[in-house]
Design a protein around this ligand. Structure first.
Ligand code: XIL
Length: 341
């Protein structure tokens, strides 16, 4: 049957997924899933700073080029993720930017000067800044995120002050005027007070940027959803309406679902809950004008949810948070996405 790529395209939307260059090259089953389901690819690791510039001034475009080559061979588009982030930074970069603002600025400029021309024209859309907003009290991700105002306390913030966000967007636009520049963050979908506070923080940031004529074009909702949190569609819809009224596009960039502490008995019950949540959240985003949806992988086998100790379930069960199960079969979450488009 037709994949999500085709179903989305038929309604003027684009469906995509995060991919891994090594698996694309080595695992034909994986590559087949990607071509069957996804029109837009985003490298899960290959365009992060540590991958692209492992040593000062030494760039490695090999893994990213492998993804770009796959995309080109199959007529797929590519997004860039990500230029400025507080993780995925090589150790030398942490030392470098700690030397002070002039050095930090020079390093950021040099990175963009190398990366943007090298990835043009394959990448037309970049997550310029990722996860700059601090998590409010009560969030389940990190007990406490040190913050400076609304911003997360990061090496970039310490080196350059809050203006680092603006600097990154301005540099990106100067280097390539035709790029779509995205601010990307997580924890913006749920119905909790902390999520509402995080939405307000994002709105304050975006307003501040736009008032200063900083070139930001889009908001990326990572949408790493949490079954333990309630969902209140009217809160997400109101937020997205405001973002759209500011003239920004909205994308769902990294959708997946972490199951709750209490699992219903049986896979069918679990999968039904995940699917229902996905349908509600993605449906709300599409109603508010979102036209691009990417999942953070396609199959539970390849998901960071079953690999990264920070997000894995602690009870030995695997999250079933992606459209395909570990054997590559379409799950109710796949059907939910198909129904959304
Ligand atoms: C994660 C990848 O999935 C992991 O494989 C990697 O080790 C760390 O990063 N938000 C983001 C993504 O913006 O870059 C993260 O990806 C997941 C959370």
């Amino acid at each position: 049957a037709e994949g999500l790529a085709g179903l989305a395209r038929a309604t003027g939307c684009t469906f995509g997924t995060a991919v891994d260059s090594l698996r694309l090259a080595a695992d034909a089953g994986y590559a087949g899933q990607v071509t069957a389901e996804a029109q837009l690819l985003v490298p899960e690791w290959e365009a992060k700073w540590a991958a692209l510039q492992p040593q000062p001034g030494v760039f490695d475009f090999g893994p990213l080029s492998a993804v770009a080559g796959f995309a080109q061979a199959h007529g797929r588009q590519l997004r860039g993720h990500t230029l400025v982030w507080h993780t995925g930074m090589p150790p030398w970069l942490l030392d470098g930017i700690a030397e002070g603002p002039a050095r930090a600025r020079a390093l950021l400029t040099a990175h963009l000067d190398a990366v943007l021309p090298a990835t043009r024209p394959a990448i037309r859309d970049w997550d310029v800044v990722n996860e700059a907003i601090a998590n409010p009290e009560g969030n389940p991700f990190t007990a406490r995120t040190p913050a400076v105002g609304d911003l997360r306390d990061t090496p970039w913030l310490r080196a350059l002050g809050p203006g680092y966000v603006e600097l990154a967007f301005r540099l990106a636009r100067e280097r390539d005027r035709s790029l779509r520049l995205t601010y990307n963050d997580y924890g913006l979908e749920g119905g909790t007070p902390w999520a509402e506070e995080k939405r307000q923080r994002v709105l304050r940031l975006l307003r501040r940027l736009l008032e200063a004529q900083v070139p930001v074009d889009a908001l990326g909702l990572q949408a790493h959803l949490l079954m333990d949190e309630p969902f209140r569609p009217e809160l997400l819809a109101g937020f997205l309406r405001t973002v759209r009224e500011m003239g920004l596009a909205v994308l769902v960039t990294e959708l997946d679902v972490r199951e709750g502490r209490q699992l219903p008995a049986g896979l069918a019950g679990r999968d039904a809950l995940v699917a229902e949540r996905v349908k509600a959240v993605v449906g709300t985003a599409l109603e508010q004008g979102c036209r691009t949806v990417l999942t953070w992988g396609l199959s539970d086998k390849d998901s960071w949810l079953t690999r990264d100790p920070d997000v894995m379930r602690k009870d030995g069960e695997s999250h079933r948070g992606l459209p395909l199960d570990a054997e590559g079969n379409r799950k109710p979450m796949w059907q939910a996405l198909a129904q959304c488009f």
